[in-house]
Design a protein around this ligand. Structure first.
Ligand SMILES: Cc1cc2nc3c(=O)[nH]c(=O)nc-3n(C[C@H](O)[C@H](O)[C@H](O)COP(=O)(O)O)c2cc1C
Length: 482
């Protein structure tokens, strides 16, 4: 049964022993972040800070910060199984997009279409603050690191519509607080919200924006997913939670937002207005440099009476976002396997910050197959940013770092098995040659064959005879050696 709202998820976490309430008063400036960092980095529970010095709204951190909590959020026993359903959903959505106008799309899943509910049923509009009453000081926005330029909203769902097609986008982009009614809008240029803004800016128009903070957990997660263009995050959330997302119309902008959210910020981003955003201590474990980003001007804040303020604390891994990204690795693996035949498994290790390092196993079928897969990955959506991609044979468990490092050292010759490339870089790539492009390296750690210039016989793995293993297996428990 899908969670009605974030409060219902908090109750579930508490029942599961996955949430700790903290009644002592702490500050939203650095203190909550430091406590959360210590707990996150040892894979501890979600934290509910009930008493904050300043605003009276409790702060919820680290809700997604473990594999178990991610599975609880998505209400699944197995993220891998859910991944197969995700593939079917994406295929059906993309097919529908390609159907000619006028032809009937095949029966939609009843959960996917959001439901628009009247304003008087929308808890996120229980309290309304407009004009002079708009004040971000009502919200305990966290400042996470001492060198941060200011407090930043770190789990916002940014809703925009394409100025021409009115297609919706929802993305998660941090928002540094600049004043009582202004924030920076830190969307990278290639993100959905940024593309809507670029169109509006070209037409000299303002872009309406609504920011939902703290809807139910599936919608929060969906906003972070690398969905193909044209696939609506709200429909995706409805599909994942097997219940439609309830939306309500905003009061001052022509957008709809999840009605169960803790709070909504409504406003606009104006063409050619920029501010300095950052430095910000982010999930690379380094501070991002200050750079120019658009300004979000808030016209209205609405809230629940019992609002919580959910926030994630970035920092050197492992932190909460690593587990959100790991869920994405599992959920989108079947789609990647479909796009690039031969791939068996992928491990994006959390220390690689989901942009730096990928370990990939393949069922190698022909000379050069590993190199083909490396280049196919660089050509595929989010993988275009990956700095290091290492390819292994199918019998290597890429989730096991010991196996990965053992094969990596043994199976490659740097003169033959490394390929370099150059291309676009992620905004967080701080060491790249240029501001927009940089180098990439692919390492082929698969067994080499004659067609790949390996003229000798590939050495056999050291393994035990199966009859000896069976004999020892039979007496193993009696030896008392486990
Ligand atoms: C906690 C968290 C914070 C994020 N912050 C940003 C950010 O500040 N800017 C950004 O462009 N992407 C950020 N992302 C990544 C985007 O949310 C993600 O790429 C998402 O797919 C974007 O959606 P879009 O493709 O519809 O724009 C963040 C992700 C997470 C999980």
């Amino acid at each position: 049964m899908a969670y009605r709202d974030l409060q219902a998820f908090v109750n579930r976490l508490e029942e599961e022993g996955e949430l700790k309430r903290i009644s002592q008063t702490f500050s939203s400036e650095l203190e909550i972040a430091e406590i959360t960092r210590r707990v996150s980095q040892r894979h501890g529970p979600a934290l509910l800070f009930e008493s904050i010095s300043g605003p009276r709204i409790p702060v919820l951190t680290n809700v997604f910060g473990s594999v178990k909590r991610m599975a609880l959020a998505l209400e699944t026993e197995s993220l891998d199984d859910l991944g197969h359903e995700v593939l079917h959903f994406l295929e059906a959505e993309l097919k529908k997009g390609h159907l000619k106008k006028g032809r009937k799309a095949h029966a939609a899943n009843p959960f996917e279409d959001p439901e628009l509910i009247p304003e008087d049923r929308a808890v996120c509009q229980e309290l309304i603050f407009e004009a002079e009453e708009v004040d971000l000081g009502r919200i305990p926005v966290l400042k996470c690191w001492p060198g941060d330029a200011g407090p930043s909203i770190t789990l916002p769902l940014v809703f925009t519509k394409d100025p021409e097609t009115r297609t919706r986008n929802v993305g998660m982009y941090r928002m540094q607080v600049l004043g009582r009614d202004r924030t920076a809008m830190h969307w990278y240029a290639d993100k959905g919200g940024a593309r809507h803004f670029q169109k509006a800016e070209r037409q000299g128009q303002v872009l309406e924006v609504a920011v939902a903070i703290g809807p139910e957990p599936v919608m929060i997660y969906a906003a972070t997913c690398p969905l193909p263009d044209g696939i609506d995050e709200v429909r995706f959330a409805g599909f994942l939670r097997k219940r439609p997302v309830e939306l309500v119309r905003c009061r001052t902008v022509d957008l709809e937002v999840p009605a169960c959210s803790q709070m909504i910020l409504e406003g606009t981003v104006s063409p050619h207005e920029r501010c300095l955003e950052g430095p910000f201590g982010n999930h690379t474990g380094y501070y991002s440099q200050a750079a120019e980003y658009p300004v979000f001007r808030i016209s209205c804040i609405t809230m629940r009476r019992d609002a919580l303020y959910p926030a994630t604390v970035p920092g050197p891994p492992p932190m909460e976002d690593c587990f959100m990204a790991k869920a994405t690795e599992r959920l989108f693996l079947p789609m990647i396997r479909k796009a690039i035949p031969g791939i068996v498994d992928i491990n994006l290790p959390i220390e690689g910050i989901f942009n730096n390092l990928a370990f990939v196993s393949i069922k190698k079928q022909f000379p050069g197959h590993a190199r083909k897969v490396i280049h196919d990955l660089w050509a595929l959506g989010g993988f275009r940013f990956f700095k290091v991609i290492c390819l292994f044979d199918a019998d290597v468990d890429v989730q096991d770092l010991a196996q990965v490092l053992w094969r990596l050292g043994n199976n490659m010759d740097p003169l033959r098995d490394i390929c370099f490339s150059e291309g676009p870089i992620h905004g967080l790539n701080q060491t790249a040659l240029g501001p927009e492009t940089g180098g990439k390296i692919g390492i082929d750690c698969t067994r080499k064959c004659r067609g790949e210039g390996f003229g000798r016989t590939w050495p056999k793995d050291v393994t035990m005879d199966s009859d000896v293993k069976a004999r020892i297996d039979a007496i193993w428990s009696r030896l008392g050696l486990q």
